[in-house]
Write a protein of this length. Structure first.
Length: 236
């Protein structure tokens, strides 16, 4: 009995720590997004943005530009129209991953819609020095926001489902580095200001946390309803 109690308390402590970390991440991202919004639209301070452009220019070359365009592709509209659908098809083959497949589809779609809404709300033009011809508005960065929601969800799935610590940490590290390089590629290519990218990361993580929480509530409601229906059938 004492052993069982200790295990329960240990599990409760871990769950509480996870909840605290999620809450801290949510608050931190809210603060970052609020600060970026204040700097850009109230203070109208662009010193940081231009300093990052100057830094990117110090290591600009043809090969680096090709590399940055390569990383940028992994959060482009063309890529994100195909990748989530392919992941959903793969996950649909595995019974225990089917609910994750729905999350991938829903979060990819809703984060795109939310990003477009925020762009229309803030209406910040793109940098005049952009190295690529890009349509649309600048704040927050769609690559950073949609990318952080999409790859953040993949990181969450890997962390939950991959049992091997080696492969779990390897995939989490690779996805995290890819996400950071996607954001930096937008700065390097001058298609987004650094404040756009940071705001995009922050809002993408905020929406990911909200969406996962809502999907968990929906999951409990759905499966709870199925269990009740099965219980009634057995009783009858």
């Amino acid at each position: 009995m004492k052993s069982l109690t200790k295990r329960f308390l240990k599990l409760l402590t871990l769950l509480s720590a996870e909840a605290v970390l999620v809450a801290l991440a949510f608050i931190a991202c809210l603060l970052v997004f609020g600060y970026m919004t204040r700097e850009v639209f109230i203070q109208q301070d662009t010193d940081f943005d231009h300093a990052m452009f100057r830094y990117a220019a110090t290591h600009r070359s043809e090969s680096m530009t090709r590399l940055m365009r390569f990383f940028s592709f992994f959060a482009s509209a063309d890529y994100l129209l195909v990748a989530p659908a392919l992941i959903v098809l793969v996950m649909a083959w595995f019974h225990h991953l089917r609910w994750y497949a729905l999350k991938v589809l829903v979060i990819a779609f809703t984060s795109t819609m939310l990003n477009q809404l925020l762009k229309r709300l803030f209406e910040r033009p793109r940098p005049m020095t952009a190295m690529l011809e890009q349509s649309g508005l600048s704040f927050p960065s769609g690559h950073a926001m949609i990318g952080s929601s999409f790859y953040g969800l993949l990181i969450y799935i890997v962390w939950r489902e991959v049992r091997s610590p080696f492969w779990r940490w390897l995939w989490v590290s690779l996805l995290s580095v890819l996400l950071l390089l996607i954001g930096y590629s937008r700065i390097y290519l001058n298609v987004h200001y650094t404040t756009d990218v940071l705001a995009g990361y922050a809002m993408g993580i905020i929406w990911l946390l909200i969406a996962v929480w809502l999907m968990k509530k929906l999951e409990r409601w759905y499966f709870g309803g199925l269990e009740n229906m099965e219980g009634r059938k057995l009783e009858s």
